[in-house]
Write a protein of this length. Sequence first.
Lengths: 151, 151
Amino acid sequence: MSEENLLKLVELEEPEHDYHLQEQVGFILRKAHQRHVSIFAAHIADLTPPQFAALAKLRDVGETSQNQLGTLIAMDAATVKGVIDRLKARGLVELSKHEVDKRRLLVNLTAQGRDAIERLIPLARDITEETLAPLSPKEVATFMKLLAKLA
Amino acid sequence: MSEENLLKLVELEEPEHDYHLQEQVGFILRKAHQRHVSIFAAHIADLTPPQFAALAKLRDVGETSQNQLGTLIAMDAATVKGVIDRLKARGLVELSKHEVDKRRLLVNLTAQGRDAIERLIPLARDITEETLAPLSPKEVATFMKLLAKLA
DNA sequence: TTGATATCATTTGCATACGAATGAATTTGT
DNA sequence: ACAAATTCATTCGTATGCAAATGATATCAA
């Protein structure tokens, strides 16, 4: 085939599809996250991952402001408000006003909330384990190290 | 200290906090995904990642049913409908009925949609690059391999 | 062929997720 | 001390994301 014909062929071809959505880190990240949420829901039906995160963090740090809690669990102020509202409606957290700084809304676990999170933590371990099950122990270590760098 | 006192100490201690939310794969996955979405928005302001995914996939496969498209980009039927509705409202995709199978709603790029996705793909490469910037090239290869296993 | 299944799309309801705007309260800088 | 900037919380609007229910159509199986 002549050089001229080769050039024509290239020009007439469909646009190069050398961009593959399924190889992009964002797309795969979204799918991996979806899979995790699905595994979570299969183990813990009555709480979402963000709700669990809020309870688990309150268990760690005790009473904090709503805003501070949001920072700790990587949640927008508007988002954390909704999460806390729903946990409050279910009696798992209680709210109070900060005596000194009147802007702050303090959040804390109720006794029921503490019971719940203590009961759920073993299940959360299973969730982590199942999420990572496709990887060998060595791969898990590598993956977690690299993922942490990206987050 | 006597053995008895040691035991008392242990009993009186706060509950063991050996579950660390920030070390759980689900929590870090959520944060990594958030960071990616934020990088995406900084580069492509007028389209969301799911909207981009829909356009990019339509570019790959051409006209398909809404449902099939959802499968290809890992989206629930209810979710994909919303995404396509918004792309349609902006004139980036067009809908038509399948002649044979009357259940199916065919989706395709408009000329404007094709222009848009071709224009955006170079930006998407930048987004992928920036998302992976914390990793060395070798780490990127390792990470993508392991992430794919989890997704 | 027809009754049971399965598929496609839609709708509703609920739960993140975040930008932007707003108001109240506090802190900072001079 | 006081004006400017910051922080905390709320609200609104928009966009995923998914379960469950529904209706229309198509396929399968006895």
